[in-house]
Design a protein around this ligand. Structure first.
Ligand code: ACO
Length: 326
């Protein structure tokens, strides 16, 4: 039975030039490379300059995605941006990017706030609009300048985060409705609002009129992450009628290498099929998955036809997964 699929026809990523190693951090707070490396897998992160905004990072990733797609910005029907660090409280940062990219006037622009699950949420939203026939070409971008909501005096959090952006261009394509189709084969998104207080930015427009800093109950996040990430991956594989042995790559949210390997083991995936980029990117929230995906598609690791599971978990708590044939 024929159906509409959203195919990834372009990908892009961008990391700000400034790099901060674990040794650099050890000069700011009481920490060391050994602690950060063994507990998190992070060796360095990229940090935006003061006058370098989320939209600037997003724009670079989006431009690369449009270029690799071989299309013009005017062909894009909508931009969906996942971020928790918008340039302004309103309007949506996606509208600013749409203007800078030269997207046609009238094309839709929206921001999605789902923290580290933002890319999976944005992809789900874009895929649904495409499959409904409302849009043909959608640009999905995730970009964060977490360094601007990081408390650089708190060693519990400041070692974990980084800045960056990733993007994909989705385009409608007819498929056969089987797992052999290219494009997004299944998505699933979840939330558990009872966990609101366990991971948050301790400020906001309506509460403190400040943006606040990231705060978390690290141990609770850790435990919840392994179960929820595994659940999301298992569900999308079931929906797509594939098994773990069929999967070429798991591209998980990059929060902690111990979470990543715990999820890989739970799913029964060999270590070499699990993509890890946290060492040089740290946790860039919504941006980790498209950053890793684009980096690995660019260097030829992930190829056309590969079957990929994406899964993410973050503040809310939110979590979700996607099954995609590249
Ligand atoms: N350098 C040196 N020591 C540190 C540091 C640091 N940067 N941070 C904490 N410590 C100390 C603690 O003070 C504690 O010392 P104590 O035993 O004397 O009290 C000790 O190290 C152990 O701390 P724990 O919190 O028990 O360390 P743990 O092994 O749980 O690791 C971590 C902490 C890495 C935060 C872990 O809990 C984790 O990864 N949780 C998931 C949270 C996460 O990834 N959040 C990101 C956002 S959410 C997301 O993306 C899913």
């Amino acid at each position: 039975m024929t159906c509409i699929r959203s195919e990834i026809i372009g990908h892009g990523h961008y990391l700000p030039a400034k790099e901060l190693t674990n040794d650099d951090l050890a000069k700011i707070v009481d920490t060391n490379d050994e602690w950060i490396s063994t507990r998190t897998g992070i060796k360095s992160r990229h940090v935006a300059e003061k006058d370098e905004y989320t939209s600037d990072l997003a724009l670079k990733a989006a431009e690369m995605a449009i270029k690799t797609a071989g299309i013009k910005a005017e062909e894009i029907d909508a931009i969906v941006l996942a971020t928790v660090t918008p340039d302004n409280t309103t309007p949506a940062t996606s509208a600013k990017i749409a203007g800078k990219l030269g997207m046609r006037v009238g094309a839709a622009a929206m921001d999605i706030s789902a923290a580290c699950s933002g890319f999976v949420y944005a992809l789900t939203m874009a895929d649904n609009m495409i499959r409904l026939g409302q849009m043909k070409t959608v640009l999905v971008v995730s970009a964060e300048t977490l360094s601007k909501i990081t408390d650089w005096t708190d060693r519990n959090t400041c070692v974990l985060f980084g800045d960056g952006a990733g993007a994909v261009v989705l385009r409608a394509k007819e498929g056969n409705g089987t797992s052999e189709d290219t494009g997004i084969l299944a998505t699933k998104i979840y939330a558990d609002g009872t966990q609101y207080e366990n991971l948050l930015c301790n400020g906001g427009v309506s509460t403190t009129q400040t943006s606040g800093y990231i705060w978390m109950n690290g141990k609770e996040v850790f435990k919840y992450a392994i179960n929820s990430l595994s659940e999301a991956a298992e569900e999308v594989m079931k929906m797509g009628q594939v098994e773990a042995k069929d999967i070429d790559w798991l591209v998980p949210h990059q929060a902690n290498v111990r979470i990543i390997s715990g999820v890989g083991q739970k799913l029964g995936l060999p270590e070499e099929k699990v993509i890890v980029t946290i060492d040089h990117q740290a946790n860039t929230s919504a941006a980790t998955i498209p950053l890793a995906l684009s980096e690995k598609m660019t260097d030829g690791t992930i190829k056309k036809g590969d079957l990929v599971v994406l899964n993410a978990m973050g503040a809310g708590f939110t979590w979700g997964g996607a099954l995609v044939r590249i």
